[in-house]
Ligand binder design. Sequence first.
Ligand code: TYD
Length: 133
Amino acid sequence: NINQCQLIELNKVHNRAGNLTIVENHISIPFSVKRIYYLYDVPSNAERGGHAHKELHQLIVAASGSFRITLNDGKQVKSFFLNNPNIGLLIVPGIWRDLSEFSSGSVCLVLASMKYEAEDYIRDFQEFQKYKK
Ligand code: TYD
């Protein structure tokens, strides 16, 4: 459920030459990364997401800039504003997500636990609500 979706503070190595952040399977995050993708050049008025996953675990990071992620588990809604490359949002399976308010130049980095499978998506909100009952 939605309470299993948490902000995770990632390890950061900071020095005069800048910052470096590390994500390690089963250390920083409770799954193994099988796929990475990133959203960029998203118009400021665009909405992304608008679906849930049946099995997929994800960590979402604002690698640059900021955006909002709104989660819904069929009972509760929770909204997170991501604006720190050092903090990721863990999203467990069975959660509807909407992404919005992308800042100019933002990069939404997604670490995912499985390869892409169209069958893992629920793209209809009514179907999602039925699935959660
Ligand atoms: P989608 O997951 O709906 O994007 P978002 O949640 O950011 O709005 O994916 C958009 C399109 O890209 C969709 O047609 C499927 C395709 N896609 C792939 O082919 N492989 C992938 O790994 C991902 C994430 C998407």
